[in-house]
Design a protein around this ligand. Sequence first.
Ligand code: SF4
Length: 291
Amino acid sequence: MNALARLRKTSIRASDIAAQYWCEKQMELNYLYGQKITKEIRKGRRIHGDLESETNVPIVLMPTSYADFMYKSVYTSYMALKALSEKKKTREVQVYGKLNGFKVVGKIDQLDAKDNEVIVQEDKTRGSDNIPSDAQILTHKVQVMLYRKMLEDMKEERYARKDFEESYRTSTLSITPEFRRQLESTGVERELMSVSAISDAFFDSVRKLDRISDTLYLRYINQFTGNVIKLHRLKYSDEEMAQMIGFVMQYWNGDREALPVPEEEKWKCNFCAFFGNRCKVWWAQSKLDAG
Ligand code: SF4
């Protein structure tokens, strides 16, 4: 059985793939036993919300069905791309794709339009001004590289509107009358009031984007002060991305079990909620080290 079916998921998140590069076993345990929403996670979400309201028009819609949710998600990203052409900067753009036949979804934190290129940026919040470790940067690098690949795949129609229709059956989805009423009062054009129509408009906007830059940014922000701790610049590489995908897909295909961290990275276990309970891979070893 492949991992997606085992975890009862329908799609892989880009953040899951990034998390595999921290500890694949931890990523899996989070799905099996639930990730606690900590104060830090809540704080991080608030900062992302604050940044989004700086560039994007706030969208107040209350979806009640799957079709409504799907509409809101695509519409929000469509509006975010409009903001990119007007303000040269936008936030929170959903990307969709397929890897080895598995659906993959993600949300890009920020896009900047500069010198006829679109630049992808990922923001990470931290509890202190400490510079992120190489291991943390690697995890975030995988995520931002994947976002860049997914956006380009959509732009170049390697993942096209018809693939999206095939994956999400958008033509069969009908929004609720109450949601339609909300769209009307928001001023959405009548011809865009179906999941199919808004999906067409969104994919069309992605196709018209300028070239997607190979330069990517990771921005680290102190969650208490809002100050930028570090802006890390990196280069996208198709070859490196292909290697990363090859590695993570062995897990999703069910070709191997979730890997724990290797011995030289067992320091990560000290920060893991599953250490000594759900996961004892390095537990005995840690006692020996302490003794
Ligand atoms: S205890 Fe260590 S090896 Fe086990 S899931 Fe957590 S980080 Fe991974």
